[in-house]
Ligand binder design. Structure first.
Ligand code: FMN
Length: 183
C-alpha cells in the first residue's frame, strides 16, 4: 500500500503531523511552502522540516513536478491533504494544478482515486463552502478537523487521534486509535 500526504499552509499543522506519524508505509509526503511557514509558528522547532521528512519514506517540495506521484500512471491508494488551506482547496476546486499538491489532487479526481481533504478553517465563507461542495461532488471526502468528544479525550493527542482515526477509516487503514461508540 502507498499513501500520499500533503501538508499545506493552514493552521492545525499538528493534525497533519499526527496522520504522518501514524500512517503505515509506504508514505509519501508533500510539503507546500505555506506549510513550512505555518510549521515555524505552530511547531516552534520541536518538530522541524527535517523531522517531518524523516517520518516519511519519500518527501517532496511543492515544486517537484518530477516526483513519481506527479504522474497519473503512478499508483497509490489515497491522497490526504491535512491540513488543507483554503488557498489549496480553492485551486483544486477551480481545476488549477500549479504545484505538486494541486497536481496530485487533480490526478485523484480524474482517476477516481481517494482524495481526503481535512480542513480546520472557521468560520467558512460562502466561497469556501462552494469550493468544498464542488470537491465533494467531484468525489473528494471532506473532513472538518473537528474531533468528537464521546471517546472521552483527556489530552490534546486524543483529539488528534480522533481525526486521524476517521481519516484512516476512509482510506481503509485498520486502527484502534480511539474507543469507538458501542465498544
Ligand atoms: C501562521 C499562519 C497561519 C495560517 N493559517 C491559515 C489557515 O488556517 N487557513 C488558511 O487557509 N490559510 C492560512 N494561512 C495562510 C496560508 O498559509 C496562505 O494562504 C498560503 O498561501 C497557503 O499556501 P498553500 O495552500 O500552498 O499551502 C496561514 C498562514 C500563516 C503564516
Amino acid at each position: 500500500m502507498e499513501y500520499v500526504l500533503a501538508i499545506t499552509g493552514a493552521s492545525g499543522i499538528a493534525y497533519g503531523v499526527d496522520i504522518l506519524k501514524k500512517l503505515p508505509s509506504k508514505k509519501v509526503l508533500i510539503l507546500s511552502k505555506g506549510a513550512l511557514d505555518v510549521a515555524r509558528y505552530e511547531l516552534k522547532g520541536k518538530v522541524n522540516e527535517n523531522t517531518l521528512r524523516g517520518y516519511a519514506d519519500e518527501s517532496y517540495d511543492e515544486g517537484d513536478f518530477g516526483a513519481p506521484v506527479a504522474s497519473g500512471s503512478h499508483k497509490y491508494d489515497a491522497f490526504i491533504i491535512a491540513p488543507a488551506s483554503m488557498n489549496t482547496i480553492g485551486k483544486i476546486a477551480a481545476g488549477i494544478s500549479d504545484n505538486l499538491v494541486t497536481r496530485v489532487a487533480s490526478i485523484c479526481l480524474k482517476e477516481r482515486r481517494k482524495l481526503v481533504i481535512v480542513f480546520r478553517e472557521m468560520p467558512l465563507s460562502t466561497i469556501h463552502l462552494r469550493n468544498l461542495l464542488t470537491l465533494s461532488e467531484a468525489g473528494a471526502y471532506i473532513l472538518p478537523a473537528s474531533p468528537g468528544f464521546y471517546h472521552g479525550p483527556s489530552k490534546i493527542d486524543d483529539l488528534f487521534s480522533f481525526v486521524t482515526s476517521r481519516v484512516f477509516d476512509i482510506i481503509g487503514v485498520e486502527n484502534g486509535l480511539i474507543k469507538r461508540w458501542g465498544e
